[in-house]
Design a protein around this ligand. Structure first.
Ligand code: GTP
Ligand code: MG
Length: 250
């Protein structure tokens, strides 16, 4: 069996977790040879998120230091699978697509896979202002890091755990999402971005668009000019061209 850890950061998502856990296709994953564990990172919730996650069969990791990046750092540290898959606890990401994403990762020997929500068909799920912000941040990120990624803010990634162990990722908050992508592509790992369905969030919005957007911009420049970049700097390696025929909108 191959081992998979599904890591889900959660700040007050008790009402969404039952639907999120139900959407994980455990039987199909098992049929395809995946032994899967779910790690829910309770990021200081006050609504019983941890208890609900445990009752639903997840392993719960407590991260009292708030922040999306802090939550992921704790979750990845606790993950045991050879492959890690991620997604929000708010019902927006299609965990049911995991078997397909994993097949692509294995078949094409991808080391870091990320996903693109910014495609036609998903416009209902995202406010126009949020979508504009995502496009602008992604364009700047792409220009600085030359990695062709259309959606620098997507929170669904599937990657080999050793990649995480070798990366220098410092963000404690929402900029963790762009930083892990840019660090992985700049370090020369074989990467791929796959279009996915994105659904309307359940429960309360936690993102602060202005504060998080500004911080993301600052982080992009800090990361780009960081002194500790690997030397010699490898050329980003996307495997998109070899996979394009399998997807409609890559
Ligand atoms: N914003 C935020 N999310 C956190 C934090 N800790 C854990 N999370 C979880 O991280 C995931 C991403 O946060 P979201 O609030 O969904 O951020 P987003 O998807 O960019 O924006 P919305 O879904 O529109 O709120 C969710 O599952 C949150 O519950 C935190 O400190 N801040
Ligand atoms: Mg979300």
């Amino acid at each position: 069996m191959n081992t998979l850890s599904i890591v889900i950061p959660a700040l007050n998502e008790a009402e969404n977790l039952p639907a999120v856990m139900a959407s994980i296709p455990f039987a199909e994953l098992k049929d395809e040879g995946w032994e899967a564990e779910v790690v829910v990172v309770d990021n200081g919730s006050t609504d019983g998120t941890g208890d609900v996650a445990r009752l639903l069969g997840a392993r719960v990791v407590n991260q009292p230091a708030r922040g999306y990046g802090n939550a992921y750092r704790a979750g990845f540290g606790a993950a045991t699978g050879d492959i890690i898959a991620t997604g929000d606890a708010d019902r927006t990401y299609p965990f049911d697509a995991l078997p397909r994403l994993l097949r692509t990762l294995v078949d094409h020997d991808v080391e870091f896979m990320t996903t693109n929500r910014l495609i036609g068909g998903n416009s209902e799920a995202m406010k126009p202002s949020h979508s504009l912000g995502n496009h602008v941040l992604s364009a700047i990120s792409r220009t600085l890091f030359r990695n062709e990624l259309r959606d620098s803010q997507s929170g669904m990634w599937v990657f080999r755990r050793y990649v995480w162990q070798r990366l220098d990722v410092r963000s404690t908050g929402m900029s963790f999402s762009q930083e892990i992508k840019n660090a992985a592509t700049r370090a020369g790992y074989r990467y791929l971005e796959i279009p996915i369905e994105y659904r309307k969030r359940g429960g309360q919005v936690k993102l602060n668009a202005f504060r998080d957007g500004t911080e993301n911009l600052r982080q992009l420049f800090e990361h780009n000019f960081r002194r500790t970049r690997p030397v010699p700097r490898p050329v980003p390696r996307t495997v998109a061209a070899t996979v394009a025929h399998e997807y409609d909108r890559i």
